[in-house]
Design a protein around this ligand. Structure first.
Ligand code: MLT
Length: 272
């Protein structure tokens, strides 16, 4: 399943951003933000499930998929500026925002700084903490390894933690789709994004200030951002709902899209 790809130039560093914009123009919007180091096509099944009733946008974060890298370092703040520039260009004043993992870090930073632009959040397989010194150290080692051995080795190492064990037999297509996405990401972008992730700030202390409804979803077997981290966010966000997705690890929207989409559709219908 593929969708018509659009490109738009945005002011920050003058990059061209690649995105899909499906469904009815003028209908309430939902924007999907992918995780690291993937791209917008990880949301194909969610776009398909929502496009008959809503305007559905999924875009490639800078340096990922078909969006340009631009100049300078990456940061979560910069990714948020890109998101707002994209919304302005597409004339989207307010939207539901759905982010997976790194996409969730971006969504949480965005609502902290621009709360008036969002109707609701969907936080999937993500958490609100900053990197621990050990996590930062792992990222620096990953950068060294990518520079020395390239992205294929990095893809093979990271894949092991991304999926629930059963997905390696039951979801072979999704596993190789994700591997392709990782390999397609340039080494420069992998390294720049790893640095941005290591430097990101925590958002846990700001969660009680979130006023809009929030759906939190997490794969039961997510090893990277486990259900306990989702539970912690659920406790801190007043109007939040928590759904644990069976038969899924860190990529719950792809490993069990059926269950994921049921919760997603119900939540979106309750907001719009
Ligand atoms: C992701 O899926 O976006 C990454 O696991 C995020 C991270 O490495 O912190």
């Amino acid at each position: 399943m593929s969708y018509l790809e659009n490109y738009i130039r945005i002011g920050i560093n003058n990059i061209t951003v690649s995105y899909i914009d499906e469904g009815k123009n003028g209908a309430p919007a939902i924007i999907f933000i992918h995780g690291f180091p993937f791209n917008k096509s990880m949301w194909n099944k969610q776009v398909g499930a929502l496009k008959d009733n809503y305007r559905v946008i999924a875009y490639d974060i800078r340096g990922h998929g078909n969006t340009e890298t631009g100049n300078g370092d990456f940061s979560i703040d910069l990714f948020v500026k890109d998101l707002l520039a994209l919304m302005d260009n597409l004339k989207i004043d307010k939207t539901i925002l759905c982010g997976l993992s790194m996409g969730g870090y971006i969504a949480l930073n965005a609502i902290e700084n621009y709360p008036q632009r969002f109707n609701a959040l969907i936080l999937s397989d993500t958490h609100c903490i900053a990197d621990t010194p050990e996590a930062k150290d792992k990222r620096m080692k990953a950068i060294e390894s990518i520079r020395k051995s390239g992205s294929e080795k990095y893809a093979d190492e990271s894949i092991k933690n991304l999926f629930a064990p059963e997905s390696f037999t039951a979801r072979k297509e999704e596993v190789s789709f994700i591997r392709e996405m990782i390999i397609k990401t340039s080494e420069q972008s992998l390294c720049k994004t790893l640095l941005a992730l290591a430097e990101r700030k925590e958002t846990c202390s700001k969660l009680p200030e979130i006023k809009v409804p929030v759906l939190i979803m997490v794969g039961k077997e997510d090893k990277i951002t486990p259900p306990a981290a989702a539970q912690l966010m659920h406790e801190k966000i007043k109007k939040s709902f928590l759904s644990i997705i069976d038969h899924a690890g860190h990529l719950s929207n792809m490993e069990n899209s059926g269950e994921f989409n049921e919760y997603l559709k119900k939540f979106v219908a309750s907001v719009y």
